[in-house]
Ligand binder design. Structure first.
Ligand SMILES: [Mg+2]
Length: 222
């Protein structure tokens, strides 16, 4: 029986919704502490994100309010990371989990341990009986994050399955497929999120590409 393994961010839900939710929490925090108008700081963070990417959003926004300090940037980051995210599964993910409920389903996700756990919790995936286990790779050390096949081989062990029986669905061709493909795992790329248009070498590309998780059942049953 095939074993289905999903990535989390931009595979089962839209990661940008987490980012927005985190910015809302930071805006509310700065409002409480300094009376900075939350709609204003939120809009600034979104604008900086769009223009420059994620790296220095808090620094740049705090500077606009003459509040830039290492300490306050740290606090913003802590608020962002520890907030209760207002996020939801993508509509196709909800359907797909229903359709595939008969199969063993796992999640393998990289990233900050506490943040990823909060996301999984907010999405209801931590105690979803259809999901056998959520692997937050960093719990096993940074070296076992993707593209390392470590957690995928653990799943093989748990399921007494061969890599050929395991299908991984992810969105990021930089790291989702390159480590597991040579071992025989099946790979499916969902074209969504920041990497949707990224083209990679054959070694990094998935065996298959889909635009909607509804297409997954055809791949599994073919
Ligand atoms: Mg992802």
């Amino acid at each position: 029986m095939p074993v289905i393994v999903f990535d989390l961010d931009d595979t089962l839900y839209e990661e940008i919704t987490f980012v927005r939710s985190g910015f809302r929490a930071v805006a509310a925090y700065l409002h409480r502490r300094f009376g900075i108008h939350p709609e204003e700081s939120y809009a600034e963070m979104i604008e900086i994100l769009d223009a420059e990417g994620r790296g220095r959003v808090f620094d740049r926004m705090l500077a606009l309010h003459n509040r830039l300090s290492v300490q306050l940037t740290k606090e913003c980051l802590a608020v962002y990371r520890s907030h209760e995210p207002a996020i939801a599964l993508a509509a196709d993910a909800v359907k797909c989990l229903e359709q595939l409920a008969a199969f063993p389903i796992y999640i393998v996700t990289d990233g900050n341990k506490l943040v990823q756990r909060r996301k999984l919790q907010a999405l209801g995936l931590l105690d979803d009986p259809r999901i056998r286990r959520c692997f937050i790779t960093r719990r096993f050390g940074v070296r076992n994050e993707k593209p390392s096949p470590y957690c995928f081989l653990k799943i093989c062990e748990l399921e007494r399955a061969n890599p050929e029986d395991v299908i991984y669905i992810g969105d990021n061709p930089n790291k989702d497929f390159v480590g597991i493909k040579p071992l025989g795992f099946r790979t499916v790329r969902i074209l969504r999120g920041a990497y949707a248009k990224l083209r990679m070498r054959e070694t990094h590309e998935a065996d298959r590409q889909i635009r909607d998780l509804a297409e997954l059942k055809d791949i599994i049953f073919e």
